[in-house]
Design a protein around this ligand. Structure first.
Ligand code: AVJ
Length: 324
């Protein structure tokens, strides 16, 4: 049996406190906003899993196709002894990397890191039983906050997949890359999934699927505020909007009030008014150009060594080395 440990860097009270702070800041701003990480409670994570299967949402399939063909080369080039995955860590993409690492023979340890303790323990259990030779150490932590340290023996490969980097604002992205770089030693590795700039029609469709799964996912953040902070949002009174911002080259998800409303949020000590048509920004999902990815990684102390895209050039996975 493999060795399993879960290291909790954050408990439920701290999570609710962080939510309260974010709600107080975001919903009292001139243009209201909420950090996208609050979309992902159990229901939100299930809805996101469904999004990955709708025909319009290509990123998951594109990235999986890239990893299916590149995983052996990733294992070969890095010689990884530890795979650290930031976010989820139970999916097929993870398995492609774990399979490649075990086949190559270097991989000893898997460290999934996730903000959700329940999601993490499920994935830790599943991976540990499927890969009995691996040591699996889950870490409950919020990767949008600076990382202090990461377990595992060098060379480690830190994987940040799915295009989730697009949820960070440019300044947050720079901080995040530096934070990853600061916990790695020279010669360790960073694997990054980035969705690429393309025509607006394809992008908007990916974030506004015909079946309405993304719309339900977006509205779920209001249910999270109802559940955790006792708010009285009527999710049906908000319309899902996926807006392509041409200047920033990001998709912005919004929830637009269909009528004037007053919402009380006891857990945050707030009463919030909405005018008809007023919106809350719930997520940005930035899309990238290859040169910008390389430059931003270089600024943080990484040298980009490999760049793979899917056959249609929609999505990219890059492998970078931490340099001196
Ligand atoms: C999981 C953050 C990568 O930005 O594409 C999917 C989330 N939002 N549809 C993305 C999401 C709306 C997704 N990430």
């Amino acid at each position: 049996m493999s060795e399993v440990r879960i290291d909790v860097h954050r408990d439920a009270t701290e999570v609710t406190q962080a939510l309260r702070r974010d709600v107080r800041e975001g919903l009292t701003a001139d243009v209201k906003w909420l950090p996208s990480k609050w979309l992902y409670d159990a229901r939100g994570s299930e809805l996101f899993d469904r999004i990955t299967t709708v025909p319009e949402y290509y990123p998951t399939r594109a990235e999986r196709a890239i990893l299916r063909s590149a995983a052996p080369e990733i294992a070969e080039v890095t010689g990884m002894r530890t795979l650290v995955e930031l976010g989820s860590g139970s999916g097929e993409k993870t398995r492609l990397l774990l399979d490649a690492g075990t086949e190559h023979g270097s991989l000893r340890r898997f460290v999934p890191l996730d903000v959700s303790a329940s999601a993490l323990s499920a994935s830790v259990d599943a991976i540990a039983s499927e890969y009995p030779a691996l040591r699996v150490d889950g870490v409950v932590a919020d990767f949008t906050e600076p990382l202090d340290s990461l377990p595992g023996t060098a060379p480690r490969l830190v994987a940040f997949l799915g295009g989730t980097i697009g949820n960070f604002l440019p300044a947050e992205r720079a901080k995040f890359f530096s934070s990853v770089r600061s916990v790695l030693g020279e010669g360790e590795w960073f694997l990054l999934g980035t969705d690429l700039v393309k025509d607006a029609g394809t992008l908007v469709a990916a974030y506004d699927d015909a079946e309405g799964v993304t719309a339900e996912f977006n509205r779920n953040v209001l249910r999270v505020l109802n559940d955790r902070l006792g708010a009285d949002f009527d999710p049906a009174a908000f319309e899902h909007v996926a807006h392509w911002d041409d200047r920033h080259e990001w998709i912005e998800m919004r929830l637009r009030a269909l009528r004037p409303m007053t919402v009380t949020i006891p857990g945050a000590g707030l009463t919030v008014r909405f005018a008809e048509g007023e919106y809350v920004r719930t997520e940005i999902s930035a899309k990238f150009r290859p040169d910008a990815v390389r430059a931003e990684l270089a600024d943080a102390g990484f040298t980009l060594r490999h760049w793979w895209t899917d056959p249609e050039g929609r999505f990219a996975v890059s492998l970078s080395e931490a340099r001196a």
